[in-house]
Design a protein around this ligand. Structure first.
Ligand SMILES: *Cc1c(COP(=O)(O)O)cnc(C)c1O
Length: 496
């Protein structure tokens, strides 16, 4: 079965997967979605015998139908190798009544590595298939983790340039240091005076700027995206949901066909949407529990059917979830109204003009069949980190702790005892200050790398290479710009 992709804002045109990957976002500002959902063509039992790469192939081949077997296998082999510090790629730990799926064993120690390790290869293959001769310019907005993972993936890749915008003051010290020390002739990192939503909106506006795109094309460049609006990010994330199921089945934790729940710490809604895609291809997924921090736009939506971003933007200890406009939610909205791009357009127009929209009761019912919302306050997150550490010695990062705290409430409220996977999105070493303070109750004044050593002493967890590598690394990027000057920064980077 061939899968084609349409824009959420105009489904009259269809494009191939490789074309959608090179574009990133559709010309009309919509996101690419598959025109139908494929089904796994092997049994769960067979799936449970495969390693991560094997599952990756079985899942991705369903969605990337214009890639040959050799092309896809090449991308997978290049991506999931010794860059990961675990042979399993995504190890799972059973802690205090739930399975923690550790997605932070890649080169930048956050879950963004799962997709950004493979995206550069998917993009190169896609560009070739579509006879794109221009250099690709990857424009990226980051709430902290995508930036470094994309830089690591694309640095030094021939025919590609990458520019990353992050909210100055809105990311952790370790996250910032990871980005501003990035080496490579084809990379640029810029802090903006604004928050993540400003960065993301700025990038989307540049994508939609027709005149600028023309100017770029004349200079020999085309834009693409490494954000989870790119289908080349989203589909590789479906893999670890399928792999979790396979792993639990292989280890006798579940019987074939049993449902499992996932709790996902959510920002841009990309990770959890991949869980929904896994359900659509036949993985027995029960509830997808959408965990928010104090920026709880999504939680409020699940309570009220109204998506309303008109509120204060809160800086929390889980900065990668400090987001009020969850881009990927548009894909779910589109699917929930029966793939009606006209309806989706109406709602997205409301979001742009009024900052809010309300879905119909049928749409809400569709969404509630798979999703449920929860949120955790800063205090709950901190308590949960301490609690789990005291009880088990396992150290949660702040984002994973949001999910873990939400799961505790969910269990209390519902008494649901379905086997549950907590999607663990970052190493605690990326958010050392907040994690350590949660455990020892001290408001630390020391440098972040001193705290890294303290956390190591306390937890016995070895310091990841990604952190040791940047301790003494030179700062190579110090540009900071106004949020409405992002285009000028792109021009300067490309010598236009
Ligand atoms: C990006 C990120 C999230 C949020 O994921 P979305 O796909 O944006 O919902 C959660 N935790 C960490 C550590 C992240 O880097």
């Amino acid at each position: 079965m061939d899968i084609l992709y349409t824009s959420t804002r105009d489904n009259s045109k269809k494009v191939t997967a490789s074309y959608a990957i090179t574009k990133g976002i559709a010309d009309d500002g919509g996101l690419f979605v598959p025109d139908k959902f494929p089904s796994l063509d092997i049994s769960l039992e067979e799936l449970s015998k495969l390693d991560y790469k094997g599952v990756a192939y079985e899942v991705m081949k369903l969605f990337f139908t214009d890639f040959t077997k050799e092309e896809l296998q090449y991308c997978i082999d290049k991506a999931y190798d010794s860059k990961f510090d675990s042979k399993e790629i995504v190890p799972m730990s059973y802690v205090d009544g739930a399975f923690y799926l550790e997605l932070f064993h890649g080169s930048t120690i956050a879950f963004k590595d799962m997709a950004l390790s493979i995206l550069p290869y998917l993009m190169k293959v896609s560009a070739k298939k579509n006879n794109i001769n221009e250099d690709i310019v990857i424009l990226t907005a980051t709430s902290g983790d995508t930036g470094k993972a994309a830089l690591a993936g694309f640095a030094g890749v021939e025919g590609v340039k990458i520019i990353v915008f992050y909210p100055k003051g809105g990311v952790s010290a370790i996250q910032e240091k990871q980005m501003v020390t990035q080496v490579g002739d084809n990379v640029k990192v810029v802090g903006i005076k604004g928050n993540f939503d400003d960065a993301q909106t700025g990038v989307k506006n540049i994508f939609a700027d027709k005149a600028f795109n023309e100017e770029l094309k004349k200079a020999g460049y085309v834009f693409s995206s490494a954000n989870s609006i790119n289908i080349g990010r989203l589909i590789p994330q479906v893999v670890y949901y399928a792999y979790s199921y396979a792993n639990l089945l292989a280890n006798g934790k579940i019987e074939e066909g049993d449902l499992i729940n996932f709790v996902v710490p959510t920002g841009n809604f990309g990770n959890i949407l991949a869980g929904y895609f896994a359900k659509c291809i036949g993985i027995p997924v029960g509830k997808l529990i959408c965990a928010s921090n104090e920026n709880k736009v999504l939680y409020d939506f699940f309570e009220s059917s109204v998506y309303d971003k008109n509120r204060d933007f809160i800086l929390t200890t889980s900065p990668s979830m400090d987001i009020l406009i969850s881009s990927n939610f548009e894909r779910l909205i589109y699917l929930s109204c029966g793939c009606d791009s006209k309806k989706n357009n109406e709602l997205m127009k409301d979001l742009k003009e009024k900052g809010s929209y309300e879905v119909t009761s049928e749409m809400k019912k569709f969404i509630d069949e798979s999703f449920i919302g929860g949120f955790a306050s800063e205090e709950m997150v901190s308590k949960r980190i301490k609690n789990v550490y005291d009880k088990t010695g396992y150290v949660l990062d702040t984002h994973t702790a949001v999910a873990s705290a939400v799961y505790e409430q969910y269990k209390d409220n519902t008494k649901d005892d379905t086997k549950t996977v907590i999607v663990s999105t970052a190493s605690p070493y990326k958010f050392t200050r907040a994690v350590l303070s949660s455990i020892d109750g001290i408001d630390h004044k020391e440098d972040d790398f001193v705290l890294v050593d303290k956390l190591c002493e306390l937890s016995g967890l070895s310091v990841p290479k990604a952190v040791n590598d940047i301790r003494d690394a030179k700062i190579l990027h110090d540009t900071v710009c106004e949020k409405d000057a992002m285009k000028e920064e792109v021009k300067e980077f490309l010598n236009l």
